[in-house]
Design a protein around this ligand. Structure first.
Ligand SMILES: [Zn+2]
Length: 300
C-alpha cells in the first residue's frame, strides 16, 4: 500500500499539471482564456489571470502569457487547435508574474513590453519564480525568465495591417499597458480593471490608477477584457473600480487621521456595493497592510 501511494505520488509529480485551458470566444477572431478568481495555489497552478489572442490575416497576436512555462505550452496548444497561423506577436501588459511567466514557451515570437516592464522582468523575474515555486509548486516546473525583446513605444501597433492602439498608463504598477483593438473595438485593459474581483494593489499608486481609469472610461468599447474577471460589454466595471479605489483611499486616510491600527480598520463592515466582489477579504487585507504605513506617515 505504501509503495503504491509512493508510485502514485511520483507519477502525479512527473505528469505535467493540466490547466484544462478552454478559449472563450469574444467575436469571430478574438478569444480569451478566463483565469480563476483565486490567489496562486498548487490546485490552480497559478492560472489566475486572463490571457487573450487575436487571429489576424497571417498571424496571431497574444496578450499576456500566464504564470508558468507549462501554462505557456498549453496556451500555445489550445491556440493551435483553433488556428494554424503562427503566434508572431506577444504583448506583456505589465510585470506581474501571472502575466508573463509563460513567455518561455514562445521561442519564435516577438515579445513586446514597455522599457520599465522589461527591466522589472529582467531584474525581479527570478525572485517571482522562487516565490511561486514555493506557493504553486509542481506547475512551475521548467519556468525560466524570457524577457521581452521588443520595446513598446508607438501609439499604434501595426501587426501586418492589424491595428491596436496602445494606451500607456500606470497606477496598478508603474507601467500598465491597455490595448484597444481598432477593428473590433474590444478593450484589453489588463490589470487596470478587475471585474467583480477585488483589485490587487501590491505595486499600486491609487491616485495614478484612478486617473488611468478615467482615461479608459472615455473609450467606447464593444467588450472589455479585464486582467481578472469575466469579459463583459457592461460599462460598469471601470466605474466600480474607481469607486473601490476611492473607498480604499478614503478608508486609509480617515483611519490614519483617527490613529486606528490595522486590526481596527479590518474590523469595519464591507460596504454593500463591494459585497459581490470576489476575494474582497484577502485583497482588502493585503492592501491595508501594504498601504497603511505610508498613510500613517502622511496623516497622523
Ligand atoms: Zn497585475
Amino acid at each position: 500500500m505504501k509503495y503504491l501511494l509512493l508510485i502514485l505520488l511520483t507519477f502525479s509529480y512527473l505528469k505535467a499539471f493540466d490547466y484544462n485551458l478552454n478559449p472563450l470566444k469574444l467575436n469571430e477572431n478574438s478569444y480569451y482564456f478566463y483565469g480563476k478568481e483565486e490567489y496562486f495555489s498548487p490546485l490552480n497552478g497559478g492560472d489566475i489571470a486572463n490571457t487573450s489572442f487575436i487571429i489576424t490575416k497571417n498571424s496571431v497576436i497574444l496578450i499576456d502569457t500566464g504564470s508558468s512555462h507549462e501554462y505557456g505550452l498549453q496556451l500555445k496548444k489550445a491556440i493551435e487547435k483553433i488556428t494554424s497561423k503562427p503566434i508572431k506577436y506577444i504583448i506583456n501588459t505589465h510585470h506581474h508574474p501571472d502575466h508573463f511567466l509563460g513567455n518561455s514557451a514562445f521561442s519564435q515570437s516577438d515579445i513586446f513590453a514597455t522599457s520599465y516592464t522589461k527591466e522589472e522582468i529582467e531584474k525581479n523575474g527570478d525572485l517571482y519564480i522562487v516565490n511561486l515555486v514555493n506557493i504553486v509548486q509542481r506547475a512551475m516546473k521548467n519556468t525560466k525568465i524570457k524577457a521581452p525583446n521588443k520595446e513598446l513605444n508607438s501609439k499604434i501597433l501595426d501587426f501586418d495591417d492589424y491595428k491596436l492602439e496602445v494606451l500607456y498608463l500606470d497606477g496598478h504598477t508603474k507601467s500598465d499597458v491597455a490595448l484597444f483593438d481598432l477593428q473590433t473595438k474590444i478593450l484589453y485593459s489588463a490589470d487596470l480593471v478587475f471585474f467583480k474581483r477585488t483589485p490587487a494593489t501590491a505595486h499600486a499608486d491609487i491616485q495614478k490608477w484612478i486617473k488611468s481609469l478615467e482615461e479608459l472610461q472615455k473609450i467606447n468599447y464593444s467588450i472589455l477584457v479585464s486582467g481578472h474577471g469575466v469579459a463583459t460589454s457592461s460599462k460598469e466595471p471601470i466605474k466600480e473600480n474607481i469607486s473601490y479605489l476611492k473607498f480604499l483611499d478614503e478608508t486609509l486616510r480617515q483611519s490614519a487621521k483617527k490613529g486606528l491600527d490595522i486590526f481596527e480598520i479590518l474590523e469595519k463592515p464591507i460596504p454593500k456595493e463591494f459585497e459581490s466582489f470576489t476575494m474582497f477579504k484577502e485583497e482588502f487585507e493585503r492592501s491595508i497592510i501594504n498601504l497603511y504605513p505610508s498613510y500613517e506617515q502622511k496623516y497622523e
